[in-house]
Every structure is written in structure tokens, then in C-alpha cells.
Write a protein that binds this ligand. Sequence first.
Ligand SMILES: [Zn+2]
Length: 113
Amino acid sequence: MSSWNLLGKCYEKIPLLGSADLWGDYPYRIRVDPRSAIGALPAARLRALVGEARQYSFDFLAWKRAFVLKKQWLVHAKRTCPRGHGALVKEVLGASQRRSFYCTQCQVLYADD
Ligand SMILES: [Zn+2]
């Protein structure tokens, strides 16, 4: 099974992961550049991504119930890195044309090559 299939299964189990505009915080939480190729992620980072997404979906529901979701975003729609690294990069990425916000200093880019 390829790592892509692993994540695909995760998507099915966690519908919220596929919802528009909520992707932004996952890569930041696990310090992975959102431009990374999924297949190039080390297994440990991929597990972290899947695990974080699962946790985030639980958090999401709790926050949504409490009407505080927007206040919980770390980088989504923010201008600066909460870890103190200055300005975030804002970019529209992928086929889904999601807006992504990321920090080039604390998020690592893993690329296929
Ligand atoms: Zn940062």
C-alpha cells in the first residue's frame, strides 16, 4: 500500500479533513510545508499528519459547538507565525484551490525527486 492510499483511507474516515479552508492548520501543527508531496513524507510525519487530523476533527466538533472555531485557528487566515517567525506565506494550492497559510521557517518541505 502506498502512503497516498494510506492518506486516502484517512480522508474517508475523517470527512472534515476534506472540507474546504480547514486544511491550513494541520501542516502547521506538525511542521510540514503544505507544498510537500504526500509520497515524500517520512512515515513518522505521515503518521503524525493522520493522527493530528483525527485529533483535529474531534477538536473541530468541540470548537464548532462552542462557536469558537475561528479563534482556535493557529495560522489559517493569520498574518504571522505564532511561533514568532514573522510573516506567513499565503498561497492557493492544489487542485482544490484551497488557500493555505504556512511558515517557511518551522514547516519542512518534503519533495519527490
Ligand atoms: Zn514559524
